[in-house]
Write a protein that binds this ligand. Structure first.
Ligand code: ADP
Ligand code: MG
Length: 640
């Protein structure tokens, strides 16, 4: 029998281990910043180039390493933070596995300089692909400078998987925030391609949050504090009104380590129950201190997931601590948790007399009236000319509503000479004259699918669906998804042709955002511009907008930008094509009419009209069904 099992060489084993520890430049940042904190640094500087793909460098003023340690630290399982297995259960440091530096050195070109207080001279070490290339004496300050160049230079397959500079920089920024937040006593700075992004002098936890997320977050912080024999909770939740669709501002730190935990997240969500809408997430910065013996950090190589000995108790205490804070700071309605805010009267309505309700009844309305269906509305060569688009303009009655039927006029000379009221009357009577020229067109699928265009055979069901009769049954259209589809196709066209019409604002509108949001907006500047937004970033927290797309109303701008940042964040960022796609989807989603919106009849018909002018009218941009066709034969089956 021949021996086929061989022990892997150290550099191969390290490369494999690196797969777990280093996924992207942000992983380097996490490991190096953590080492600097563990080394007792009071000042830490992070420098990156090209989103960390060219360089990630961390410079600290910590204890440094001796000449021997400077070489040893690159060995696998070499650590100063743990000696015995029992130590694993009283870990106070960030690192303990002793594999980060060995892994990093296996997949990049590393230059490290380090010196301890005791020695006059330091060491400079060069390592590439796990091989020591240089080890010399140098003059260098006390502390350590660790530069990682050309990540994955020796593994092209992994290098190719790295995302754009902006995306990688965003991940790095997230890691930087996580560490800087929980060590406010340390001065942190962060430079990207030579430019300072963050310079954070030593301060308190609360002020560190403000340093990172901007002044406007200060008024939104609600303090949370709880202490029991088993644990200590401190930190802040954000007021319910600042809950967002994205999961941007959610930080749990357990024993000063950033962690992700679904169960703790649900404890917070549960505490906010009744205060925030479905689909939005509360923001929080929460620190939990527990006895290190009661948690296991060693269940994941990146140490962002941990196991709690008694998760149930922690869940309950966290939830009640937050509920208590929300109540105490008058954020939650203390007396009546079931109160419906829609029933609250604002102060100015109290002064006004109650309006007399206006009821208009259409006596001749019969939703089930099936009319002799005129032929298809779909005109391949004709785009509807309606001017509505946003939810708000949608409500405005078109000034000359006969334009809603412009596609009919297009083919009918007769229409051109009709007064609008005549046209209305004719349509109301379901007259076929108007459609005479069209009736020979497009038999087949559309015949059955398309609603008949009569003013009386469309109605709104549950403020959610538009129901219209077709030749062979009933068409039920999801109003919100239909409008999403219409807007989405319009925005995609705008992107492609770069011809989005923009309206100049009388006075530029200034909106403030958090620093991370501003960084995201910088990435989105050029596609936003092609959508009709004219804007510039004024300082690190202000966006000045001088022009907006015609389809948008000024008062909605802030919400739309916020919404689409969230959708953009939630989506997977890919090449230019998918970015424009995400942008178009995000805008369509936030600007579309919603379930619950009441639509006037002309608006209903106009929406249907525009929907059928779309390239793909059966599904929403998010792949959901837009309409269903209830065939008369299906109905017949129900009446057997
Ligand atoms: P771990 O952090 O899990 O111990 P690492 O591979 O990250 O493993 O680091 C190995 C060792 O190198 C550490 O235990 C520490 O003694 C030393 N070291 C790493 N970075 C620094 C630094 N910035 N300053 C001083 N010592 C460091
Ligand atoms: Mg480490």
């Amino acid at each position: 029998m021949t021996q086929i099992i061989k022990r892997l060489e150290a550099h191969v084993a390290n490369q494999i281990a690196a797969g777990e520890v280093v996924q992207r430049p942000a992983s380097l940042v996490k490991e190096l910043l953590e080492n600097a904190v563990d080394a007792g640094a009071t000042e830490i500087a992070l420098h990156i180039k090209e989103g960390g793909k060219l360089l990630v460098q961390v410079i600290d003023n910590g204890v440094g390493m001796s000449a021997q340690d400077a070489v040893l630290c690159f060995e696998r399982h070499a650590t100063s933070k743990l000696q015995t297995a029992e130590d694993l259960f009283k870990i106070q440091t960030k690192g303990f596995r002793g594999e980060a530096l060995a892994s990093i050195a296996a997949i990049a070109q590393v230059v490290m300089k380090t010196r301890t207080q005791e020695s006059e001279l330091g060491r400079e070490i060069h390592i590439a692909a796990g091989k020591l290339e240089e080890n010399i004496e140098v003059v260098t300050p006390v502390g350590t400078s660790f530069a990682v160049n050309n990540l994955f230079y020796n593994i092209p397959a992994r290098r190719n998987f790295l995302k754009s500079k902006q995306v990688e920089q965003r991940h790095i920024t997230d890691e930087f925030h996580r560490l800087a937040l929980v060590h406010p006593g340390i001065k942190f700075s962060f430079f990207a391609d030579g430019a300072p992004l963050f310079v954070l002098p030593s301060t308190s936890f609360n002020q560190r949050i403000v340093q990172i997320f901007g002044k406007k977050i200060q008024d939104k912080l609600v303090p949370v504090k709880e202490e029991t024999p088993q644990l200590k909770i401190s930190g802040f939740v954000l007021k319910p009104e600042s809950a967002k669709k994205s999961k941007g501002t959610q930080f749990f730190f357990v024993n000063q380590r950033f962690i992700k935990s679904n169960s703790l997240h649900f404890a917070v969500v549960n505490a906010f129950e009744g205060l925030i809408a479905n689909g939005v997430h509360p923001g929080y910065f929460l620190q939990i201190e527990v006895d290190p013996q009661t948690i296991d950090i060693n269940i994941h190589p990146t140490k962002t997931e941990i196991k709690f000995e008694d998760e149930h108790t922690l869940y309950a205490i966290l939830r009640s601590a937050i509920k208590h804070s929300l109540g105490q700071f008058n954020v939650a309605p203390v007396l009546d948790f079931e109160r419906d805010p829609n029933l609250d009267n604002s102060y100015d309505t109290l002064k006004k007399p109650a309006p007399i309700p206006h009821i208009s009844v259409d006596a001749s309305f019969n939703p089930f009236e099936i009319q002799e269906t005129p032929n298809s509305l779909k005109q391949s060569s004709h785009k509807p000319q309606s001017s509505y688009a946003s939810k708000n303009t949608f409500y405005q009655k078109p000034s000359s509503w006969e334009s809603l039927y412009s596609n009919i006029a297009h083919d009918s000379n007769e229409m051109n000479v009709l007064e609008p009221s005549d046209a209305f009357n004719k349509l109301s009577q379901g007259s076929n004259d108007l459609y005479a020229e069209e009736s020979h067109m497009q038999a087949g699928f559309f015949d059955a699918q398309m609603p008949s265009k009569s003013t009386h055979n469309c109605f709104q069901l549950g403020r959610k669906y538009l129901v219209s009769s077709t030749k062979s049954g009933l068409l039920v259209i999801h109003q919100s998804r239909a409008h999403q589809r219409v807007l989405y196709e319009r925005f995609l066209t705008n992107f492609t042709h770069q011809e989005a019409a923009s309206q100049q604002l009388l006075f530029p509108k200034e909106l403030s955002f958090t620093i991370p949001e501003i960084m995201r907006l910088k990435e989105l500047m050029s596609p936003l511009h092609s959508l009709g937004f004219n804007m510039e970033i004024k300082d690190n927290q202000t966006l000045s907008i001088s022009g907006i797309p015609i389809v948008l109303q000024e008062k909605d701008v802030s919400q739309v930008i916020q919404d689409f940042l969230s959708t953009y964040e939630a989506g997977h960022l890919g090449d230019h094509f998918s970015q424009t796609d995400i942008l178009a989807k995000a805008l369509a989603k936030s600007m579309a009419i919603k379930t619950g919106d009441v639509l006037e009849l002309p608006e209903q018909l106009n929406l249907i009209d525009e929907l059928f002018a779309c390239k793909e009218f059966l599904t929403s941009p998010f792949g959901k069904s837009v309409m269903t066709n209830l065939q008369q034969t299906d109905l017949d089956l129900k009446f057997l």
